[in-house]
Structure formats: C-alpha cells, structure tokens
Design a protein around this ligand. Structure first.
Ligand SMILES: [Zn+2]
Length: 349
C-alpha cells in the first residue's frame, strides 16, 4: 500500500482532521509548508549517512488539518511518519510576526521601523491565521526576512526533534513498555494525560539529540567556515527560535510541578537545557570566550523575554527580574534522571 493511502486511513491521523494535500493550502499556508518541507528534506539528505539511517526508512512527512499547534512522531506496522498540524504554522508565525511588529523587540537590529499592521494581533489570535494575509503586505524587507528566518529555524529544530524520536527508537520503546505508537508534542504541555516518567524523559532525549542534528547540519551546510561574529549571530538566532518554540509550549503558564505531572517535561526546563547546550557547543567549536558565551546566552533569553511580554505572559519565568517560576531545584533533579535514562538508548546496538 502506498504510504499516503496507509496514513490517510490511520485512526490518529483521521482524529486530527486527516491529511491535507499541498494543493488544498492557501497561498500563505503553502509558503510555510514549503519552508517545513525544505527543512525536512535537507535533514533527511544529511541523515542518510548516519548510523541510525535505517530508523528513518519508510519515513513520510505528513501535514494534518488540525488547528491544534502540534506535531507527532508516529510508527505503525513498520511505517514511520513525522506529522505536523497546520495550527503549528499559525502559532509560530504569529508569535514571530507579533514580536517583529513591536519596536522594543531586538532594538538596534533593524534599519526599518516596526510595522503597525500587526496591532490587531493578540495572544488568542495565534490560532487564527486570518490576519496573516492582511498583515504582511507592506512589511519592510529586513523584518520579513527575519520572520522567515526565525520561522525556518524553529521548524528546523522541530523536524530534528521528531527525527530524533525515530533515530533513538523511542516509539518502539513506548510500544513495548506502554503500548503507545506515537509521540505527541502537544503545545499545551499540561494537556497530556500520560504521566509515566519514561514518556517525558524521551522528550529530553529527543531535544538533546535533535539539537545535535541541528547544529551539525548548520555547520556542515556552510560553504566557508564562519568567523567569530557569524558564529555568534547564527547561534543567537537559533537560540531565539528554539526558546520561542518552548515559550509557545508554555502559554498556559501552569506551575512547573503541575507540568511534570503530565506527559511532557516543563517547557522552561527544556528551554534552559537547550540554550545552555547550544551556546556551549558554539563556544567550544568557535573558541568563544566564557564571557561571550554567557552574554549571547543571556541576550537570547532577554530577547525571548520580550516575546513573552508581547504575549502578555506573567513575570518570573520567561521574563522579568526574578526566576521564582522556573523551579530551579526541580530542574537539577530532572537533569540527573535524564542522564541516567539516556544511557539506556546509548547502549542500543
Ligand atoms: Zn517530542
């Protein structure tokens, strides 16, 4: 059976509105779809020579009609897929568009004035793509380029994360231990119902290995070696994009302890772990000073803090002077559990 026919009839796919063909997308959606497809095809080409390439055999990229901002890694009857819901396009694009419409976002970075056309957007509107076709014509070129760049970097990370679920054999593991055939990203982190430790520890594992794929891909694709400045702006832009993904996972802003009672780790802890790993990796590869590493790491958080302000999130976790909402002691405890758990997959032949 052809893969699309197989997946079109799958109960999970049907429950999320079914497959959507690129021809059925609006012009705006097709533009975003093409960026996701580009990221996916580029990563798949790169992974062809990796030792885990057999875990990506028969893999399909699916787009689902659901307005839920969600993505899946799924495996059934020996077939594998990465599935992205249309709602994820809207959430990411909307958050970056709102940020780039605010004159206090990345001050000094743009030559152009912030466009006022996004004034009608708000946090609730992230799930309503109707504004997208209205807001963008007339945007200054530098801000439009930044919007495309941040969106691409965010979906590139998400694609790498989903590929890591397959590469690390997480789904066969979940099938064996919990009888679950898919990993559901679920932007609303407290909405998941499965609180088994294994289920959320594989998310940390996929973040870690997805980031490896992303960084190796970024560096491999460059035609000539980056100088120091280039390495720092590249790292900063990717850090902002990745942190924003997790900020969007955290829009309900539930307590960290409540989030750990659900199927996924607390988004802010995933963000902390990845921003530290990303800046440390770049610092090592490009001989940054410790001071530079800390400054670029902090600047990424300050920048995403501005997005949190624009999305009207409370202070104390993603923005503001204090960190009481970050649950730092819990982060250290989870970190130890993760390292122990990840060794299980490292040992697989
Ligand atoms: Zn995941």
């Amino acid at each position: 059976m052809e893969a699309r026919v197989f997946w079109a009839g799958d109960a999970d796919v049907v429950s999320l509105g079914g497959l959507i063909e690129p021809d059925a997308l609006s012009g705006f959606q097709r533009q975003l779809h093409n960026l996701v497809l580009e990221a996916y095809q580029r990563q798949m080409r790169r992974c062809a020579d990796e030792p885990f390439a057999d875990q990506l055999d028969d893999l399909s990229l699916l787009f689902l009609r659901s307005a839920s901002p969600n993505a899946f890694a799924i495996e059934k009857d020996g077939r594998r897929a990465v599935a992205i819901c249309l709602g994820l396009f809207d959430a990411l694009w909307g958050a970056f568009a709102m940020a780039l419409s605010d004159s206090d976002f990345m001050p000094g970075y743009f030559d152009s004035e912030a466009p006022s056309s996004a004034g009608a957007m708000n946090r609730q509107g992230l799930r309503d793509p109707a504004w997208a076709d209205i807001a963008l014509p007339g945007w200054p070129e530098d801000r439009l380029a930044a919007l495309n760049d941040l969106f691409y970097r965010a979906v590139d990370f998400l694609v790498c994360h989903e590929l890591a679920h397959h590469a690390r054999r997480h789904i066969p593991y979940l099938q064996d231990t919990l009888g679950i055939g898919r990993v559901d990203e679920c932007l609303n982190a407290t909405a998941g119902t499965n609180s088994d430790d294994a289920y959320r520890l594989i998310e940390f594992d996929a973040d870690h290995h997805g980031l490896d794929l992303l960084v190796v891909g970024m560096i491999d694709d460059t035609e000539r070696p980056w100088d120091l400045d280039r390495s720092q702006t590249q790292c900063f832009q990717s850090a902002v994009a990745i942190l924003t993904v997790f900020l969007l996972f955290d829009l309900d802003h539930a307590s960290v302890d409540l989030q750990y009672g659900s199927s996924h780790p607390a988004p802010v802890h995933r963000a902390m772990r990845l921003s530290a790993a990303l800046t440390s990796t770049f610092a090592r590869l490009f001989a940054w000073t410790d001071e530079d590493r800390i400054d670029w790491h902090d600047l990424a958080w300050i920048t995403v803090g501005e997005i949190a302000r624009i999305l009207e999130l409370p202070e104390g976790r993603w923005r503001g002077e204090f960190t009481q909402g970050m649950a730092l002691a819990r982060f250290c405890k989870e970190e130890r559990a993760l390292l122990k758990f990840a060794r299980r997959f490292d040992r697989l032949p």
